[in-house]
Design a protein around this ligand. Sequence first.
Ligand code: GAF
Length: 377
Amino acid sequence: MRREFERIHGHAPEGVWAAPGRVNLIGEHTDYNDGFALPMALPQATVLAARRRGDGLLRLHSAQGDGRITELAVADLSPGAVGGWARYPAGVVWALRERGLPVGGADVHLDSTVPTGAGLSSSAALECAVAVAYDELYALGLSRPELARVAQYAENAFAGVPCGVMDQMASVCCAEGSALHLDSRSLEVRQVPFDLTGHGLRLLVLDTRVAHDLADGAYAALRAGCERAAGLLGLTALRDLSEAELPGALAGLPDALAPLVRHVVTENARVGRAVDRLTAGEPEALGPLLTAGHASLRDDYRVSCPETDLAVEAAVGAGALGARMTGGGFGGSVIALVPAAAAGTVAGTVTAAFAAAGFGAPAVLEAVPSAGARRIG
Ligand code: GAF
């Protein structure tokens, strides 16, 4: 990264930072309902080398870009003014300034191993890499939740994607060897040890290669539906509805909203059960919770697609303890918790099932609970 930075920008960087992508074990579409989630960071990350500039220019280069440097005047950044991948890093610098923080320009070189459009939070990784680098370069002293909020604000208000805060919190707060129990209302987090190898398990990521795009209207419509339901129920957010209160609440809701509420409430409960199982040292007991979570996303929340449904069904049929889509949905990736000895069979069976259905071959990765955003050089 240092050599590439020097080649591109003509001088040495002040540092190199990394911010990971994530998979979410359970707790999907709960974050914007003030609810709970249990993500873990991936080894795949966005890496960023940077050096401050005194002239107020932000000069961005990406190894995944077209080779050109995107040059932007920090003082002129405004929502809608930047397109493509550069809107994420530029959005973070804009969001920091919106907070009244004294940030200026920088030379930046980026490289990423997080697959894009796979539901693995490549955009959050990009935002969080910029956020942690700027925090250190400009001595801002922001807390991890504050960095996540800045990155989320950049995505919401600058890039125009109405996401919740889970992906950014995962990227900045996760720790190696653990999943992150996140309360999206308070932004309190707890590291929950997730020892896969010690229990003879592996967590496969089956990327269906059906590109999902959170900027399209479906995510925003679901979010609006949840907010409307909370309003009708007289609640601040659906997080405030318990499983015991659910039947009564559902009876009074329009047919279009009831399944959304059922998903959110049961999903929050599944997060609690998953944390209990991990805390008890029984990671294999996550399996049925994952599969139940998928059924809820498929039947109630309706964000799965034929490829993710087939990956779950084939994985479980081939010996996975449980499987579910992860992330926003409408494509993207499935996670499958598998006994280590069955990993090859599960991956092979899913690939064969895709071929038989006429789908393109999925990409198979392994999820290893990894470190959150940090300086690496
Ligand atoms: C996407 C969003 F960015 C998250 O905030 C979250 O809502 C997730 O979809 C669904 O759980 O990753």
